[in-house]
Design a protein around this ligand. Sequence first.
Ligand SMILES: Nc1ncnc2c1ncn2[C@@H]1O[C@H](COP(=O)(O)OP(=O)(O)OP(=O)(O)O)[C@@H](O)[C@H]1O
Ligand SMILES: [Mg+2]
Length: 281
Amino acid sequence: MSKQSAAGAAAIDPTDAAPAGVAVTGVRKTFRTRRGEFVALQNVDLTVRPGHFVTLFGPSGCGKSTLLRIIAGLEVADAGAVSLFGDAPAVAAKKKNIGWIPQSSALLPWDSIRSNATLSDRVNRRADRSRTTARAPLDADEVLGELGLGDFLDSRPSQLSGGMMQRASIARGFVQGAPLLLMDEPFSALDELTRESARVQLLRLWEHYRKTVVFVTHSVEEAVALSDEVVVMSPRPGLIAGVVPIDLPRPRSTIDEDTPAFWDAVRRVKELLRTGWTGEE
Ligand SMILES: Nc1ncnc2c1ncn2[C@@H]1O[C@H](COP(=O)(O)OP(=O)(O)OP(=O)(O)O)[C@@H](O)[C@H]1O
Ligand SMILES: [Mg+2]
């Protein structure tokens, strides 16, 4: 991976016994376009503590996907550093420490839902027998059951609705066992009601297994409902306007979404999005 990432791993204090799940420091990313150089991300710092659920929220084009791709090691920053549990992204990827849950489910059509949920794990084991990270293997049937797919373990993806396929894709992310899950708008293709139920099921699953998650969404309610922290980004150039901690108690349910505390958090996120900068830093 890049020199920047290697430097990033080194930038983490080696005496720190528990490095951050995700530590992004001073990341800058430019793209060359026909109209010249475009600054997609400028001086982005982000810390996600292990076992925390953090959401990147902001308008279209503010750099959410670019930042997530840089964290995943799919894109290289021009400057700055990324460390994932103390490793550069390329090293973390080699150790199979990164789970990527895409916008569309990308399930294998000829395989059962159960097979799809475990497939990557089998592939990963074959590809890398030397993986060193300790992880508790999750039971695919149990995780699929928790996501309401217990009656569909032997079904093919084509027999499932869009929402069910997306839940199967999330199950696969959890079953694979990577401690870090990166999700780029996993519910964006779903209708509003399906999206709400998928959100509730993800919430339950995450509250059970407590992975470190970086999630991307356009929906402020979704961001607040799921997260420990909402990172508000603003565009041109893409930067972090501020972070809103979500102190709502866990475990959470849809009932909690009709409380003054929930709407207060929604208001704070929206305010930060409007003003773009809190002036607190
Ligand atoms: N490969 C690329 N080449 C040129 N410009 C790019 C490239 N990838 C992203 N960009 C630009 O960088 C900016 C950030 O893009 P990005 O996809 O990260 O935004 P986003 O916040 O994820 O948006 P959305 O909410 O619409 O998914 C956009 O203006 C986009 O046009
Ligand atoms: Mg995007």
